[in-house]
Every structure is written in structure tokens, then in C-alpha cells.
Design a protein around this ligand. Structure first.
Ligand code: ATR
Length: 269
């Protein structure tokens, strides 16, 4: 019998997850279906309940339900607890396992696909919202020394303080970055959605630095800025595919090959 999975969000019709998981399934010979389901803004828990009743094996969760999904998980992973958000649910008997594969996807894309080791590297993480929250611990586990900068500096300091036990993490405002250089600069803000510039010093990129935008689908002002100041630039498409691969592994115990999926997505983009 075909095992059923879905991605739940609102809105969700733009999601590339159904395409990605269908390619993974074909490639690995796994008999699954995967669809996009829009839950009403006040109806996430009811939607999950319905899916469980209908025998779904799990789902991905996207904006704006990742925090609510964490609350629903009867067994959250360490990664989920650190992020206080869940993007992958697995239904098993009476339990709801919750995990967060976003940070692992980011680290895998940077280290494996882009070939940039994070160990002992100075990394600037921009933003202190949910997207930034989800990736701090995986970046620390990869050995990155992290500075978090945010428009509202106090939020960056709070985020850094929440992870201070994990080691080298500090928080600041953009104006405090003058004179500092980083080997990787990661944009976890939502500034790209409104085509807004982030007030970064032009000298922030160390020679050969990677500028990584967690958004994908178009060139953000940050990406243009980074390119103009000598950085090597990547969007977040690889992170999207890698977080999906990690979710697929959680559900199916099989690791798909992400490279051909990335090629396919660039073709259809
Ligand atoms: P998400 O879940 O995508 O992280 P969020 O929790 O609303 O969304 O957080 C958005 C992040 O983008 C915040 O860090 C926000 O900065 P503030 O905390 O100061 O609001 C940041 N952000 C949004 N628009 C921005 C802009 N134009 N310039 C710089 N940072 C911006």
C-alpha cells in the first residue's frame, strides 16, 4: 500500500516539496505519495488530526505552522527543541515525532554541495527570527564561530544568549560590524521578501567568502550586494533540497541523491 505524506502550510501552493519528494521516491523506489495541503490559519491541529486518522505516515510543515507543529509533537528531537520549531512530523502508533531538518539542510548544502568547511570559520548570521533560530545549533555543531546581527540588536543578543552554552556565539546590531570580516555570511532575514537592503558594511566579506541567502527563486538585494563586493554567492535552493532529503531519510530510512534534484529544480525555476 502506498504510504501517504504531505506538506502543510498557508499558503502552500508554491511549494516545491511535492516535486522534490516525488523525485526522491522514484529514485529510491519508495512507494509513497506526497501532496501539498493548505490548512486554515486557525486549523493546523485539526488538519494534523485528520491526516493521522486517514493513515498518513508523516508530513512536512512550513510557514506559518512550524512553531505550532513543535507544540503538537509528543516526541520532539534535540534539533526541534533547540529550534523550538518543527518542519518534519512522523506519525507512528500513538506518537508524533517532531524534527527540524532546516539547519542540517543548510549545513549540508554549504559543506557538501558548496565545499565550504564551517569548522572554526567566522560566520555572520543575519536575522534573529524563526529562520535564524532554527540554524544556530547545527552551525555550532559544524564548528562555526557565530556572530548574529539583527536590525533590532537586542533580539540578536537574546538569540546568542539562548545558545551561549553551545560555545562561540555573540549578538550585535549591523553598526557594530564595522571592521569585522567573515568567511561566510548567511542571510536568515525576511528582508529579501520586500527587496530591502540590509545595512552591511562593504568590508564584511573576507577574501573568498561565501554569501548565502536562505531564500531562493530570485536574486535578493543581499545577493547583489555580496556579488558586487567580491563574495561567492549562493541562494537557498540547495538548503531546500537537503532539508527535504533529511526528512525523507527520517521517514523512509533511505538517503536520496540530491544532486539531480537540484539540477531539475534549476531547470523548472
Ligand atoms: P522568519 O520566521 O522568516 O525568521 P520573522 O520571525 O518575522 O521571520 O523574522 C524576520 C527577521 O528578518 C527578523 O530578524 C527581522 O529583523 P527585526 O527583528 O529587526 O524585525 C529581519 N528583517 C525583516 N526585514 C528586514 C529589513 N528590511 N532589514 C533587516 N532585517 C530585516
Amino acid at each position: 500500500m502506498t504510504d501517504k505524506y504531505a506538506v502543510i502550510g498557508n499558503p502552500v501552493s508554491h511549494s516545491k516539496s511535492p516535486l522534490i519528494h516525488r523525485i526522491f521516491a522514484e529514485q529510491t523506489g519508495q512507494d509513497i505519495s506526497y501532496e501539498a495541503i493548505e490548512a486554515p490559519l486557525d486549523g493546523f491541529a485539526a488538519t494534523i488530526e485528520r491526516l493521522r486518522e486517514q493513515g498518513y505516515k508523516g508530513c512536512n510543515v512550513t510557514v506559518p505552522f512550524k512553531f505550532e507543529a513543535f507544540g503538537l509533537a509528543s516526541q520532539p528531537s534535540e534539533r526541534a527543541r533547540a529550534a523550538r520549531a518543527v518542519n518534519t512530523l512522523k506519525f507512528d502508533a500513538g506518537e508524533i515525532y517532531g524534527d527540524n531538518t532546516d539547519g542540517a539542510g543548510l549545513v549540508r548544502d554549504i559543506e557538501h554541495n558548496l565545499g565550504v568547511s564551517l569548522k572554526n570559520r567566522r560566520v555572520l548570521l543575519m536575522g534573529a527570527g524563526g529562520a535564524a533560530y532554527g540554524v544556530v545549533l547545527p552551525l555550532r555543531h559544524a564548528g562555526a564561530r557565530i556572530a548574529i546581527a539583527n536590525r533590532t540588536a537586542e533580539k540578536a543578543r537574546q538569540l546568542a544568549a539562548a545558545f551561549s552554552a553551545s560555545g562561540d556565539v555573540s549578538g550585535c546590531g549591523y553598526d557594530e560590524l564595522a571592521g569585522q570580516q567573515f568567511e561566510a555570511v548567511i542571510n536568515a532575514t525576511s528582508a529579501g521578501l520586500t527587496d530591502s537592503e540590509i545595512p552591511l558594511p562593504t568590508t564584511v566579506f573576507a577574501p573568498g567568502a561565501l554569501a548565502y541567502d536562505m531564500m531562493y527563486g530570485r536574486e535578493t538585494p543581499f545577493m547583489k550586494f555580496a556579488r558586487a563586493h567580491g563574495a561567492r554567492v549562493s541562494d537557498g535552493l540547495g538548503m531546500l533540497v537537503e532539508q527535504a532529503a533529511e526528512a525523507f531519510f527520517i521517514w523512509r530510512g533511505v538517503r536520496p541523491n540530491t544532486a539531480p534534484v537540484m539540477v531539475k529544480l534549476r531547470e523548472v525555476a
